[in-house]
Ligand binder design. Sequence first.
Ligand SMILES: NC(=O)c1ccc[n+]([C@@H]2O[C@H](COP(=O)([O-])OP(=O)(O)OC[C@H]3O[C@@H](n4cnc5c(N)ncnc54)[C@H](OP(=O)(O)O)[C@@H]3O)[C@@H](O)[C@H]2O)c1
Length: 343
Amino acid sequence: VKILLIGFGVVGQGFVELLRDKAQELAQRYHLRPVIVGVATRSQGTLFHPEGLNLSHLLDAAAAGGLRQYPDSEGVQRGEDIKTWIQRSEADVLIEASATNLETGQPALDYCMTAFEAEMHVILANKGPIALAYNELRAAAHMVKRVLRFEATVMAGTPSLALALDALAGSTVLEARGILNGTTNYILTQMHQGQPYPEALAEAQRLGYAETDPRGDVEGWDAAGKLLILAATVFETRLTMHDLQVTGITGITTQDIIDAKQAGECYKLIAHITPQGGSVQPVRLPLSDPLASVSNALNALTLKTDVMGDITLIGPGAGRRQTGFALLADLLVIHRTQAAALE
Ligand SMILES: NC(=O)c1ccc[n+]([C@@H]2O[C@H](COP(=O)([O-])OP(=O)(O)OC[C@H]3O[C@@H](n4cnc5c(N)ncnc54)[C@H](OP(=O)(O)O)[C@@H]3O)[C@@H](O)[C@H]2O)c1
């Protein structure tokens, strides 16, 4: 399977690391031999080798400053415009792991459309295109009989979308409620242990949970983007940010936390969605609520269904290998689908 990868930051590198470390298992157990033929980033442009780039060299280059550090050898090509690079690649799968833009979804949305035009499958870690243009992407995939996957976009490698869309197919999901942002959950957990907000935020940044600019996390927009993805995919309803009430955690004071503790409760940033709309807001939960015990950077999602009642999934919602794994899981789904179609 020939792969193009856009974005070689935390997630892209986590994915390549997994391909390198699991190469033998993937070949033996799943008969999957993935080859990364190209990698592109915003500041370092495109890198391409028709027979495949060396995974260890890619990771070494990233550690040494970026793709330009990848050794020049016969067959290595650089510096194309990304769309041309996709069109000419003859790759099977595009993996989109570049920075999320929740206002336009661009340029990732155009990259995905170009990949479908070139009859490639598409896997995203990037939330923007799915949150804003799921129907268009699905139609484009359908048109060329290719697969669109995006497990990484909600709860990283914890299989929230595989649960809701694949495992629970046939049981109607009525609503979803959960903790969908690890940074804010970490900060609130630390605040409940007595740390003031600025220190908890600094710690979250030091541990790599929070972005350098953490506003998307702490103001609730990251969780809201995930709700739009759940609405589009699980409820097949196109909602926009205007349909959601979004409040982050920046207004929560140390006194609020003390008051909640005294009442036997704790604050969680709860994301909630139904087919009609949704919200992201700090909520005081009794300690008996299953979501109250989801601490630190963990995420959780409860799906309310007609047949199965409530099903709750708890697991990592971010991280290098944890998100890279979601891309690998999607790649395996595509590989199995292709293998089944050929039988
Ligand atoms: N980190 C997580 O745990 C996690 C979890 C779930 C989903 N995600 C999503 O996965 C994606 C990647 O996250 P990350 O943590 O790996 O981010 P990151 O470390 O900031 O890396 C982003 C990568 O995307 C590249 N990029 C940015 N804009 C681009 C553009 N216009 N064209 C081509 N490449 C571009 C960057 O290149 P330069 O460095 O050259 O700018 C960089 O290589 C994001 O959409 C994020 O929301 C992340």
